[in-house]
Write a protein that binds this ligand. Structure first.
Ligand SMILES: NC(=O)c1ccc[n+]([C@@H]2O[C@H](COP(=O)([O-])OP(=O)(O)OC[C@H]3O[C@@H](n4cnc5c(N)ncnc54)[C@H](O)[C@@H]3O)[C@@H](O)[C@H]2O)c1
Ligand SMILES: N[C@@H](CCC=O)C(=O)O
Length: 543
């Protein structure tokens, strides 16, 4: 239909509480039982058709009970990748020719389905497959994904409405074309919302996509694909390939029609993708857009004027919710000696020791397991090095046990060397390092913390002295893309705190905002002259 429409103004999806006895809790528990009882075929979806990839099988398990297989997926091969790319290319003319309102309606309908009948399915899948508690699943697979879908539709329309000025006799227009080629979306295990956002944001702007979820997130990714189909996404617009992605990248990064990469995951993998695109740069039809949101070593810096109770809660929640597996997790803290020795140390240690990590279907647990054996081994090895380091004292946790699930205890490490690896390395697990500074050394501590790690994702300052807050915010201006004052560094909300960081943390294209959507359009400027001039000379040439 040829008309101008306005996308409804979004509001953030309300977070359900799942308190004991509530209907939403009973309904979710039924869905958890149902999904845990199946063993699913976790197939690819190419051109709207589900089929297994041809490579090696991979068991997708519950991280907190790794003997429980939720489903089986398979590594996509080079020919699977080629088929997905071909399907994306085939669907491109149909999809980009649909009016924006028709494309946006698919994702707005997906948001409403997820807000209603699909909420339990995606939450239960995220809890079982990624070991999230109900609270962590709810803010991710329900609320954040719904918000991404609704806010993107709203921001996308604003981008299309952005038009140039015109002088008399001329009409200037901006045609926000999709990119020429396909977009390759590669998504991490830790957020179902991010996995849903990375393929849908470019698709909203008219692109077709090859989507490669993390194998450890494949259970929820499978249902996300079904949700999008239920919302009316045409075949071929998003093509989901499964497995480790190695063969997919070999094919996709060598394809002349690779128009963009939408990546979230580790810094190392994004650097590999960037390097490979660089090596192939002369072979592409157009320069691929590279959007990558990657690792973090996120800080909390407390000033002696800070209120200790709020600081303690921010550190516990920031470091240990979802087992520290948020790119935004508080993983290094800088605390004045007076506050540390005046009670904060004992308070943190006692709370950390009391936290229960276990089966997330037991709603009384605070957390679950880390995602897989690779993560367990990385964290267990870090704990061994920490325990052997003279500069470190473990004041809570420090143990790990993978006999039933991949459990790493919430760990707090006091360390006297502010350059030691605990202040620079992303472990992606529940390990919080603390540097205790002499109260008079606040400014020097801030300066050191600013650049000791290569990342610049999130960070917090805790203080009540406004001059201190102002000074620290200036000193730390480039140390975090999401900066918090008297709050934990996790839990950004779409539309309120657009998310992303720079330095080794990524390209800072702010997921769920118009900044990100702009990367998926290639504007064409059109100038129309209503009455063309018919004289080729200029006034200064007159006699
Ligand atoms: N900045 C952010 O917004 C943000 C958000 C979430 C997670 N993260 C980061 O993600 C990391 C944790 O997630 P992860 O363990 O899933 O990361 P990862 O880098 O191991 O994997 C990310 C994705 O890349 C895929 N992959 C790996 N090698 C590939 C290749 N050669 N070709 C194609 N795909 C390939 C994986 O299968 C997965 O789908 C952490 O570093 C975390 O900080 C960042
Ligand atoms: N956006 C999330 C983190 C995403 C990365 O894992 C937060 O703000 O906590």
């Amino acid at each position: 239909m040829d008309a101008v429409f306005a996308v409804p103004e979004p509001r953030n999806e309300p977070v359900h509480g799942y308190v004991p006895g509530s209907p939403e809790r009973a309904s979710l528990q039924r869905k958890l039982d149902e999904l845990a009882g199946d063993r699913l075929d976790l197939t690819m979806t190419i051109g709207g058709r589900q089929r297994f990839a041809a490579g090696d099988p991979i068991d997708v398990v519950q991280p907190h009970r790794h003997s429980h297989v939720l489903g089986v997926t398979r590594n996509a091969t080079r020919s699977d990748a080629a088929a997905a790319i071909e399907a994306a290319k085939q669907a491109a003319p149909m999809w980009r020719d649909l009016p924006y309102a028709e494309r946006a309606a698919v994702f707005l309908r997906a948001a409403d389905l997820l807000s209603g009948p699909w909420r339990d399915t995606l939450n239960a899948a995220t809890m079982l497959g990624q070991s999230k508690t109900v609270a962590q699943a709810e803010i991710d697979s329900a609320c954040e994904l719904i918000d991404f879908l609704r806010y993107n539709a709203y921001f996308g329309e604003k981008i299309l409405a952005e038009q140039p000025k015109s002088s008399p006799g001329v009409w200037n227009r901006m045609d926000h074309r999709p990119l020429e080629g396909f977009v390759y979306a590669i998504t991490p295990f830790n957020f179902t919302a991010i996995a849903g956002n990375l393929p849908t944001a470019p698709a909203l702007m008219g692109n077709t996509v090859v989507w490669k979820p993390a194998p450890t997130q494949q259970f929820a990714a499978h249902f996300t694909m079904r949700l999008l189909e239920a919302a009316g996404l045409p075949p071929g617009v998003i093509n989901m390939v499964t497995g480790d992605g190695i063969a997919v990248s070999e094919v996709a990064l060598a394809d002349p029609d690779l128009a963009g990469i939408h990546f979230t995951g580790s810094t190392k993998v994004f650097q590999y993708l960037t390097k490979t695109v660089g090596e192939n740069i002369a072979s592409y039809r157009t320069y691929p857009r590279l959007v990558g949101e990657t690792g973090g070593k996120d800080f909390v810096i407390a000033h002696p004027s800070a209120e200790p109770a709020g600081l303690a809660t921010a550190l516990i929640r920031g470091a240990f919710e979802y087992q520290g597996q948020k790119c935004s997790a508080a993983s290094r803290a800088y605390v004045p000696a007076s506050m540390w020795r005046g009670g904060l140390r004992d308070r943190l240690a006692s709370i950390a020791e009391s936290l229960t990590y276990g089966d997330v279907t037991d709603f009384t647990n605070f957390g679950g397991a880390v995602i897989d054996k690779r993560s367990f081994d990385r964290n267990a090895a870090a704990l061994d090095r920490i325990k052997n380091a003279d500069s470190c004292t473990v004041i809570a946790g420090g143990t790990a046990d993978d006999s039933v699930g991949y459990f790493v205890r919430p760990t707090i490490v006091e360390c006297t060397d502010p350059t030691f690896e605990v202040f620079t390395t992303e472990y992606f697990g529940p390990i919080l390092s603390v540097y205790v500074y002499d109260d008079g050394d606040f400014d020097a501590t801030v300066r050191q913390a600013e650049s000791v790690a290569p990342y610049a994702l999130t960070g917090s300052i805790f203080a009540t002295d406004r001059a201190v807050i102002d000074r620290a915010a200036k000193e730390l201006r480039f140390a975090a893309g999401n900066f918090y004052i008297n709050d934990k560094p996790t839990g950004a909300v779409v539309g309120q705190q657009p998310f992303g960081g720079a330095r080794a943390s990524g390209t800072n294209d702010k997921a769920g905002s118009w900044h990100n959507l702009l990367r998926w359009v290639s504007p064409r400027t059109i100038k129309e002259t209503f009455v063309p001039v018919t004289e080729h000379t200029y006034p200064h040439m007159g006699v």
